[in-house]
Design a protein around this ligand. Sequence first.
Ligand code: PLP
Length: 346
Amino acid sequence: MSDLSLADFFRARLRIRGRVLRTPLVESPVLSALAGTPVYLKLETVQPTGSFKLRGATNALARLAEAGCRRVVTASTGNHGRAVAHAARALGIEAAVCMSSLVPPNKIEAVRALGAQVHIAGKSQDDAQREAQRLVRDEGYAYVPPFDHPDVIAGQATIGLEIVEDLPDVEHVVVPLSGGGLFAGVALAVKRSAPAARLTGVTMERGAAMHASLAAGKPVLVDEVETLADSLGGGIGLDNGYTFSLTRELIDSVVLLDEASIARGIVHAYESERLVLEGAAAVGIAALLAGHLGDASAARGPIVLIVTGANIDMNQHRRIVGAAGEAKPETIPEAELETKREGANA
Ligand SMILES: *Cc1c(COP(=O)(O)O)cnc(C)c1O
């Protein structure tokens, strides 16, 4: 399948232990009833930076530190940037995060608060990326990619090890899909320990670079479109070295979601699971609610939905949940309201 072996994943687990949480796998009674088979949520939302990205970043940085590297750089302002900043501080090395001047001040402050230096360069993500490359070339920084690197993949794979340990008869693992570091790692770890398990990738309908690349048979560029699943945006790199071929080899099915479905996933997570999720993390729940994970009679065993992160803007979260709340009275059929009233009187 690739040079990455289970041994690499167990070594990654030892390396990140104490810096990254072993996260809970909890059954959702509501989703289990809907699916007709047990549904479990793997809660990466409880990681110190609010997403699983800390696993891959910590493994990659720990390896760099072992090799004597003292300074790392990235251009991500999202979950990967946060994870790199956090991991660098924990390991006692320097981190720089390159950003364009258009990045909002609250994001800049969030990265500074984690102890990283912020380099402002140009007016686009490409400009920020070029500044990161300059720091690598001229100042001896090591670049830490967000997904397309064996150490990052091995870090994310530790999620797969934990799932199989906690649920050896897992039948179906549902993974939010963007650059494919998470998918490749989890799929390698799960399929090597539980070869019969199915692996589904879930992403948004528009602007999904991995899906477009799988369809084209090679990495392609897509236009970035605004989406509630913002952590799933961005390209996979035309020079993709690992995650494209691994995803192509290991993926059993891809589910594409529209924005309304993703919003329903966020609302369901909040109201029925008591979880605040960012859009990218709610896509597994959304896919199940929309009936995209196969019908109940076909399900042979437990489904695991990887719930990848909690980093949603809380004003946006309030708007989504609020809008769903206001929409509700009209959507409840009159007969149901009658029984509710009766119930209240009883
Ligand atoms: C990065 C990210 C993903 C996707 O991970 P890839 O390795 O890029 O496929 C999913 N969910 C969240 C919350 C993320 O931050």
